[in-house]
Design a protein around this ligand. Structure first.
Ligand SMILES: C[S@@+](CC[C@H](N)C(=O)[O-])C[C@H]1O[C@@H](n2cnc3c(N)ncnc32)[C@H](O)[C@@H]1O
Length: 219
């Protein structure tokens, strides 16, 4: 996984904006809008990449804001953001239990190799009543739109990716990972860990979804 993001890190932001027509910026803002805010928050932005969402979160003026990612190259793009950045794996969060009020993951959870373990770690480091807010690609419910979107992912995204970043392989992976990812499975995994699903919202043009869940039980 690190290798994939190493390849695309340099042009990641621009490629993303081109592929989404700039909507990725709006989607991250929607994620921040959907979270429960409180004063003096401690926030972890996991799989933060170049810190696009971390920057949005910093506008909430939290007491503590940490961006974490496995890829040094992606983290190198995180500049001029009022946050601390760490290189670490989602499945080994080096924080004490009950450290954060909020954990955000934007376009990252789909790529986690040890997703269940990473979500378990999120549960551990969240405070009681803490929230996990996930933004992830999803397939449109409408069959016609889904077929068109799958075609776009398989055939156009790798070409656009190659033009923008010089390599099509990471973008072939991107398409495959979206097609095989299920928001319903993610929700089940969260529930199994003791999270209580709070909100689910599909974002226009219905190719990504926000899921928020609260830590309610003790495991
Ligand atoms: C598509 S990027 C998303 C970056 C950013 N959150 C955004 O909104 O653009 C996915 C990120 O997840 C990171 N990642 C993948 N697996 C990870 C893991 N197990 N732990 C932490 N970060 C991971 C990658 O390095 C990459 O930076």
């Amino acid at each position: 996984m690190e290798q994939i993001f190493k390849k695309v890190a340099k042009r990641y932001r621009v490629t993303n904006h081109i592929l989404s027509g700039g909507l990725d910026i709006v989607w991250r803002k929607r994620l921040v809008k959907s979270i429960s805010k409180k004063p003096k928050m401690a926030i972890l932005d996991l799989a933060c990449g170049g810190g696009e969402l971390t920057r949005e979160l910093s506008k909430l003026k939290p007491e503590k804001l940490i961006g974490a990612d496995i890829s040094k190259e992606m983290l190198n793009n995180a500049r001029n953001i009022d946050a601390d950045f760490l290189q670490l794996y989602g499945n080994e969060l080096l924080f004490p239990d009950n450290s954060f009020d909020l954990i955000t993951i934007a376009f990252g959870v789909r790529n986690f190799e040890a997703r269940q373990k990473s979500l378990k770690e999120c549960f551990r480091v969240l405070r009681q009543d803490g929230e996990i807010a996930i933004l992830e690609f999803s397939l449109p419910k409408n069959r016609f739109l889904r077929t068109i979107y799958k075609f776009h992912l398989k055939h156009f995204v790798p070409i656009i990716g190659r033009i923008c970043s010089g390599s099509s392989a990471p973008y072939r992976y991107l398409g495959c990972s979206i097609i095989h990812f299920s928001i319903d499975n993610l929700k089940s995994e969260l529930s199994e860990l003791g999270f209580k699903i709070d909100k689910q919202k599909s974002l226009f043009p219905y190719i990504c979804t926000i899921v928020t869940a609260k830590k309610c039980g003790i495991r």
